[in-house]
Design a binder for this molecule. Sequence first.
Ligand code: AHM
Ligand code: MG
Length: 331
Amino acid sequence: MQRQFEEGTTLDRFIFETTKVHADATGQFATLLQQVALASRLVAARVNRAGLAGMLGETGEMNVQGEFVQKLDIYANDAFKRALEHPGVCAAILSEEDEEATLTPDRFHSGRYIFCMDPLDGSSNIDVNATIGTIFGIFRRRTEEGTPATADDILQSGNEVVAAGYVVYGSGTVMVLAVDGQVNGFTLDPVVGEFFLSHPDIKLEPKANTYSVNEAYAYAWNPKLRRYIDHLKQGGEGYRARYIGSLVADFHRNLIKGGVFMYPPTETNPDGKLRLLYEAFPLAFIVETAGGRASNGSTRILDVTPTEMHARTALYIGNTVNVDEVEAALR
Ligand code: AHM
Ligand code: MG
């Protein structure tokens, strides 16, 4: 029987209770999650004060994805890397912002886990105070601990994800964690600086009636998808649309209220825009743990093995019946 946690449980207690049941636990996984929580608190504090702390706007540089880097992107990327490289729990950190994987420097222990992250998703929404977030996925390394990580550790199939989560910096800061077969959401109390369980055991209904997609690109979609979305707009099934343009915010709303998020291939992004390792894998792991589905249109996202770190993918993710319907429409 799965352990149920009570609302108000602290994140620290949750981590302790969840990890102590594993006989082979070395404490590394618990430390990893605690460090993620620390970095999230640092980023949340900075996001809340961005307009005062000179953190709005671009740095003038472009990242590996060809996108303009925002000051907060850099801050978040550094905060997570610093928090994770020294406690000896990670072998490598892969970030959407960095061209190469960051291997744990020799002076620290090269630990058990590979941490993949989009340190600040939804960057285009930073300057307008709309919700942004951090998305992360965790793999166990394949090679021996204490040695430098290799390509084998870094490019693993989505089926090897062991835990995943995200943090939304919105009207409040919420961390959602999928670990040990359960999805739980924790809200940060900024006064005491602790996350408390606010959304225990999140589960998705089989079907929802919200869809999230950037319809401005409809002209470039597969016509089959266009016909499916047109069908949803006929009104019979009572569909509504929601799209803010921060994947993490759109996904979070759909996880709590139900809905399907879609980012199909387009003219400018023929392989889709979203990144497999930093966005699709973690959210696919979370959605499946909550009873939903994630597909690239024909294949289950977690069955894919990336061929390169920054691989992109089309993404259809949310309640099971909705994702089934999209796949059927595309067939
Ligand atoms: P980012 O990781 O650089 O922020 O880019 C990804 C974002 C997603 O958060 C969001 O769903 C998507 O890009 C929005 O793209 P578009 O403006 O093309 O709809
Ligand atoms: Mg992103």
